[in-house]
Design a protein around this ligand. Structure first.
Ligand code: GZL
Length: 628
């Protein structure tokens, strides 16, 4: 175990030996001190917001543990002591040490966003952890979904109180941190649905154990009538536990919190001791950070844009099993894994590229792939999943044609003990805590819709209001629903544009033609802009427009999603104006997730692919680099 020397908030770990550098002397930490890096393949700089919070110390420990057996990897850690300006200086210092990659957990994501973008643009990969910065100017974000953590706590408490309902005391910190505010948002959203649950909010001066202890003690007249006290962090929950115990109320008031860390008197320990009724775990992500850092440094393909970590409800019933899972060794013996894949269909060029990517990756990852193509039929997907269950495959992967209607067949897979991964598109199930699926790997469709409308806002201006035709994918599919929602979110901020007509083209070329045909049967052409949910429908629409003497790009600006090679050709021809990327080449990420799952790794809740936007000005430059 490497010893650690703290020096002006700057901690340096050398896997074999800790070397203390006099920062003020400006010495540069180049591994061997003479400016060379003999034996060192990568230096990873870690800028931590502070080392006061236990989970932040745990993150550094996880990062160190994950690299302590790799003599060629160096980790240099800086502690910003909670000061955003110091964190900016820390980043400068780390870059001065010649780091190859930066991992940062920002003090303040707004203040640090510019610096993170600067480092990212300079070519140094940046992994942002825990608090996401606005935009996408970083290599990878790894963190929890704090609003969902709050929702899980709310759902648990509601189920605990049942039909009778009850009184809930909710603690919040007056300068509540971003993750605290997000957790409270999720918590309140869920409990707002229950008329039989009364909430009393107690505001603390600070998010600390003592502030929580003092508040619960002072508010005894409220707490003694409460059924549940909710605190959104382990540290506050400990203060609540002590105060409730000291007030002699611990036989009637239960306490629920978030974090579920593994240290003494933290969430898991308090559940084991019976002092907490439940804790919603907030995974730290150190293992994942090093895993992806090595992939990035190794220039491996398939690094996603965001990894949203999974959080679970931990109670006395599952705490031992949860701990065992967290501590179980991850073993991938490379043995062949049998995967059943239920694919939507062959409806578009995107889909064909997606299928090809998955089939090729299966070979590279020693996966025995049985793929069934459903031709956009949910019934045929049900049949495929039941076939896979009968074949006793190791993992089932589904790209669902629509979002709903999957609960029963997914329960059958769960009863058969076969984990299910959602690929490309996601599903919505009645009860998320049934954990019917393990992880979702795909795009941020909402962001794709936003990008399309932002491009229109920035590139298609006119004195009069601009009419838009929306050509949508098949009804009920997650890309259809979410691209529409994202597009409308930005549209609502720009009153110079409005949607004149929306219709479904089902993601096919013919479907796009049909939408134009149907519109022209009833109307003269009066549309300024077309937003198509995918390229195939856009290309079909272009064909039909031209057949009616309507000139794409002159008479109507067309924006599409997918960014397939056909779309780039249409942009070069001057018929399509903009293509928002939706990357189908997710085979490697998917097969890595399959192998991780079978090796016992804790699977992320969501893995979001990396995507860009292209328009006709750059189409020529990129067309020959396109992989699909
Ligand atoms: C998106 C994918 C969509 C594509 C279409 O991830 O599900 O389905 O945008 C495809 O081209 O048909």
């Amino acid at each position: 175990m490497a010893a650690v020397q703290r020096r002006v908030g700057f901690l340096i770990y050398y896997p074999v030996v800790v070397i203390l550098c006099m920062l003020l002397s400006g010495c540069s930490f180049q591994g061997n001190g003479d400016g060379t890096r003999e034996g060192i393949s990568s230096i990873i700089g870690v800028s931590q917001a502070n080392m006061r919070e236990e989970w932040r110390v745990a993150l550094i420990d996880e990062l160190r543990q994950e690299t302590e057996n790799s003599d060629d990897i160096q980790i240099i850690t800086a502690d910003a002591t909670g000061d955003a300006d110091k964190q900016i200086q820390d980043i400068e210092n780390l870059i001065g040490y010649g780091i190859d990659l930066l991992i940062i957990s920002p003090c303040d994501e707004k203040v640090l966003a510019g610096k993170i973008k600067e480092v990212y643009d300079s070519g140094i990969p940046v992994i942002v952890m825990d608090r996401a910065v606005e935009g996408f100017d970083y290599t990878l974000y790894i963190g929890p979904d704090n609003e969902m953590i709050g929702q899980q706590a709310g759902t648990y408490i509601a189920s605990l109180l049942g039909e009778k309902g009850g009184n809930v005391v909710e603690l919040s910190g007056s300068q509540s941190s971003k993750q605290g505010s997000e957790r409270l948002l999720g918590f309140r959203k869920v409990l707002a649905e229950f008329d039989n649950i009364e909430i009393t909010r107690l505001h603390l001066g600070a998010e600390t154990k003592d502030a929580a202890y003092d508040m619960i003690t002072a508010a005894r007249n409220v707490v003694e009538h409460a059924d549940v006290v909710f605190a959104y962090s382990d540290i506050m929950a400990l203060g609540v536990c002590d105060a409730v115990r000291d007030q002699g109320l611990d036989d009637r008031v239960v306490i629920v919190d978030c974090d579920g860390f593994k240290g003494a008197d933290e969430g898991i320990d308090l559940v084991r001791k019976g002092r907490l009724k439940a804790t919603v775990s907030c995974p730290i992500g150190g293992k994942e950070a090093i895993d992806y850092a090595l992939s990035i440094l190794g220039n491996e393909s398939g690094v996603p844009k965001q990894v949203i970590l999974r959080s679970n409800i931990i109670t006395a019933d599952n705490v031992e099993e949860s701990l065992e899972k967290m501590n179980s060794p991850v073993v991938d013996d490379g043995s062949r894994i049998k995967v059943g894949y239920s694919q939507v269909g062959s409806e578009s060029n995107w889909r064909l590229a997606n299928t090809k990517s998955i089939e090729e990756a299966a070979k590279r990852f020693n996966i025995d792939l049985h793929m069934e193509i459903a031709d956009q039929s949910q019934e045929r997907q049900y049949e495929a999943i039941r076939t896979f269950i009968n074949e006793k495959v190791d993992v089932i992967v589904v790209s669902p044609v629509v979002e709903t209607g999957w609960d029963e067949v997914l329960r059958e897979a769960k009863r058969a003990g076969i984990p299910v991964i959602m690929s490309d598109r996601n599903v919505s199930v009645e009860n998320r805590d049934e954990n019917l699926t393990t992880t979702y790997l795909g795009a941020d469709f909402m962001e794709e819709g936003r990008r399309a409308m932002r491009w229109i806002r920035d590139n298609v201006q006119n004195d009069s209001k601009q009419s838009i035709m929306e050509i949508m994918g098949n009804e009920g599919a997650s890309p259809t629903e979410e691209r529409s929602r994202g597009f409308r979110e930005i549209l609502s901020e720009n009153p110079s544009y409005y949607i004149e007509y929306s219709d479904h083209g089902d993601f096919t070329y013919e479907g796009g033609r049909e939408v134009i045909r149907r519109y022209l049967e009833e109307n003269e052409w009066d549309i300024d802009i077309i937003f198509s949910h995918n390229d195939d429908m856009a290309l079909g629409a272009i064909e039909e427009l031209k057949a009616h003497g309507i000139k794409p790009d002159e008479d109507v600006t067309i924006v599409s999603v997918d960014a397939t090679k056909e779309a780039f050709r249409a942009m070069v021809r001057g018929e399509l104006s903009c293509a928002v990327e939706c990357n189908p080449i997710i085979g490697d990420q998917l097969m890595k997730a399959v192998r991780d799952l079978k090796s016992g790794k804790q699977m992320p809740f969501r893995i979001i692919t990396d995507e860009k936007i292209y328009d006709r000005d750059v189409a020529e430059e990129y067309i020959n680099k396109r992989m699909y």
